[in-house]
Ligand binder design. Structure first.
Ligand code: GLU
Length: 498
């Protein structure tokens, strides 16, 4: 049975790159009827950030990348579920103790008492000599008595992996093929730190084995560490998992995606009103693509078509324009009610509407929704768009084309006809349908003057919105309301002394 895991560290908000890692693990588990495990790697106490676990679980649940096992949400509470727990590394210290003892007993690990000063000094010297800094094996051959005396004296220590000398370690990566490295190019990795906690490298191997993980799908930054992990599997005589190292996600400048160039956390994107489904769809295609041209996929479709073998080796550029486009595609598919639900919090927050409006102007909000659906890429753009539509102080566009349109002899006639119709209209019956009828009847009544097509719609749109293009004219008139339409016509008249 396929068992995969997503194993983040609680170091802050969830990076979109982490969500992609979680997603690929999830897709692979689901398409193989496997288990998707969520494990928390919290052994680096210095990087721990309060609230991380909460935002981690919410990011996963909101985007529907829900773990089958491990850390889960039970209602609103964080719980652990499954037979391989605990799934939080800081709760597994006894387990690591047992396994490090085995390595020590087998002579595969050793105590190291080197002080920070000595190690800093060593690193500095190696750097100056143009060598790659690495531990020099100073404590590799201490006798058991020497070790015991130092421990009894209360000297602080770490426990290091005793790598064999000049040995090739090789493994296979599903994306990158065969990888081989000589132990001469590796360091005697610290496995247990001075504080008694395991390092990531030790805990990850012990846990992946004990939790029955079959495939390790993770970021390529872990590729250089993998030989050390592979060697640990060999020390214990454990079966090695399959490795899949995912390409980095890059900014437009091809550097690693960082906060400096905009949002990078899942929370930030959701807070801006990107839809979880769209974000997932977009992330799925970052570094992987299916055959064919289709780009819009539901999570279920992704489960069907995902092929780890088709993941790219090289970094994937995070194209914000494309994310906007994709999110826009998802927005266009929302129903009016869904649009209203999603846009209202943003409009309320920006003060564009009041809570009374939400209760009393439902159908107006639905019309606003119809307009905004075509005009926004994500919901944080909704207030600005609505503001622009409702802004009574707009300045009419003065392109040559607009000027020509408004200079036509028919414009004063049209202005008068429209004003008369709107004045006569029943405010109770003010809606897009009637607005459309009004425009049509002007066309009929002014057949002789040829007020139709562009000569009909363009001047009305320009007088009412200042723009040549935009949402459906009748819908705009509906949203503006009778009085506002009249006000705008009068303002036009005053400015242009018709
Ligand atoms: N805790 C590691 C991280 O946060 C997990 C790496 C791995 O998946 O092995 O990236």
């Amino acid at each position: 049975m396929v068992r995969v895991r997503f194993a983040p560290s609680p170091t802050g908000k969830v990076h979109v790159g982490s969500l992609r890692t979680a997603l690929y693990n999830y897709l692979y588990a689901k398409q193989n009827n496997g288990q998707f495990v969520l494990r928390l790697e919290d052994t680096d106490r210095t990087r721990y950030e309060e609230g991380s676990v909460d935002s981690l679980l919410h990011a996963l649940y909101q985007t529907k990348i829900i773990p089958d096992e491990g850390l889960v949400l039970e209602g609103n509470e964080i719980g652990q579920s499954g037979e391989y727990g605990p799934y939080i590394q800081s709760e597994r210290l006894n387990i690591y103790k047992k396994y490090i003892q085995k390595l020590l007993d087998d002579g595969k690990a050793y105590y190291c008492f080197c002080s920070k000063e000595r190690l800093d000094d060593l690193r500095e010297k190696q750097k100056q000599a143009g060598e790659t800094p690495r531990y020099d094996g100073h404590c590799r051959n201490l006798s058991p008595q020497e070790v015991q005396t130092k421990i009894d004296n209360g000297e602080p220590y770490v426990i290091r992996l005793k790598l064999p000398e000049n040995q090739i370690i090789s493994f296979q990566d599903v994306i990158r093929g065969d990888i081989a490295i000589n132990t001469e190019d590796l360091d005697d990795q610290v496995l247990i730190k001075t504080d008694g906690f395991p390092t990531y490298h030790f805990a990850v191997v012990v846990d992946d084995h004990l939790m029955g993980i079959t495939h390790i799908i993770r970021g390529e930054e872990w590729l250089p560490s993998t030989p050390k992990h592979v060697y640990l599997y060999q020390c214990f005589g454990w079966e090695e998992p399959q490795y899949v190292h995912l390409p980095n996600i890059l900014n437009a400048d091809h550097k690693k995606l960082s906060k400096r160039q905009g949002d990078v956390s899942v929370e930030d994107f959701l807070a801006k009103g990107y839809l979880p489904e769209a974000l997932i769809n977009f992330l799925a295609l970052l570094g992987w693509s299916p055959e064919g041209d289709q780009e819009i996929f539901s999570l279920d479709e992704l489960v069907d078509i995902f092929e780890p073998e088709r993941i790219n080796k090289s970094g994937a550029v995070f194209d914000r324009e494309k994310l906007n486009w994709m999110n826009g595609q998802y927005i266009k598919k929302l129903s009016d009610d869904e649009m209203v639900d999603k846009m209202v919090p943003f409009l309320l927050k920006a003060g564009e509407i009041s809570s009374e409006d939400v209760l009393n102007k439902k159908s107006w909000l639905q019309k606003v929704a119809q307009i905004l659906r075509e005009r926004i890429d994500y919901f944080a753009q909704a207030p600005e768009e609505l503001k622009a539509i409702l802004n009574p102080d707009f300045v009419m566009t003065d392109t040559e084309e607009a000027q020509q349109i408004m200079a036509a002899d028919t414009v004063p006639v049209l202005y008068q006809a429209l004003t008369d119709k709107i004045e006569a209209a029943d405010a109770e019956q003010w809606n897009a349908e009637n607005a459309q009828k009004m425009i049509k009847s002007i066309q009929k009544e002014h057949k002789a003057e040829k007020i139709k097509g562009k000569a009909l719609y363009m001047p009305i749109r320009l007088m009412l919105t200042g723009e040549m293009h935009g949402p459906d004219l009748a819908l705009i008139m509906d949203v503006l309301g009778k009085d506002e339409c009249l006000k705008r016509l009068r303002a036009y008249q005053t400015h242009h002394s018709l």
